[in-house]
Write a protein of this length. Structure first.
Length: 139
C-alpha cells in the first residue's frame, strides 16, 4: 500500500472527529441513566438504614422515635457520617427528618426524606414510618 495523500488523511481525520462528536454523547446518554439510578438507590438504601435505626431507637424508648437523627449516634448508627446523603457526601446531614412519630404512627407517615434528591436528581426519596421507602419522580 502506498503513501496516503493529503485528501485521504483529511478524510480519515474528519471521519474520526465525526465519530467522536457523535459517539461520545451517545455513550454518555446510555450511561447517565445507570449512574443516576445507582445514586438514587444508594440514597434510598442509606435512608432505609436511618429508618431502621429509628425503629430500633423506638423499641428501646417506649415506642417513641428520636427527637432528632443525632440521637441515633453512636448506639444505633456508627457515626455522624451515616447521616450524609450519597448525593451530597460533603454535607453533614443530608436528610430531612420528621420528628414526633411513634411506632404506632400510620405506616404512610413520612419519616425521612433526602434533602438533595429533588435538586440533584429531580426525584424525592422518602422513607415511611413502617420503614418502607420509595423513589418518587417529581412531575
Amino acid at each position: 500500500m502506498g503513501k496516503l495523500s493529503k485528501d485521504q488523511i483529511c478524510m480519515i481525520v474528519g471521519i474520526s472527529i465525526m465519530s467522536l462528536i457523535v459517539g461520545v454523547p451517545f455513550i454518555a446518554g446510555l450511561t447517565m441513566p445507570i449512574i443516576r439510578m445507582r445514586a438514587l438507590t444508594g440514597s434510598l438504601q442509606n435512608a432505609k438504614m436511618l429508618g431502621l435505626a429509628c425503629k430500633q431507637y423506638a423499641i428501646d424508648n417506649k415506642g417513641n422515635y428520636p427527637a432528632s437523627l443525632d440521637l441515633l449516634v453512636p448506639k444505633y448508627l456508627p457515626s455522624r457520617e451515616s447521616l450524609a446523603s450519597p448525593l451530597e457526601p460533603g454535607k453533614s446531614n443530608g436528610y430531612t427528618y420528621h420528628p414526633g412519630l411513634k411506632d404506632t404512627s400510620p405506616p404512610d407517615a413520612i419519616l425521612i426524606e433526602d434533602k438533595f434528591a429533588p435538586k440533584a436528581m429531580h426525584d424525592n426519596i422518602v422513607i415511611y414510618a413502617d420503614d418502607s421507602g420509595r423513589i418518587i419522580p417529581i412531575q
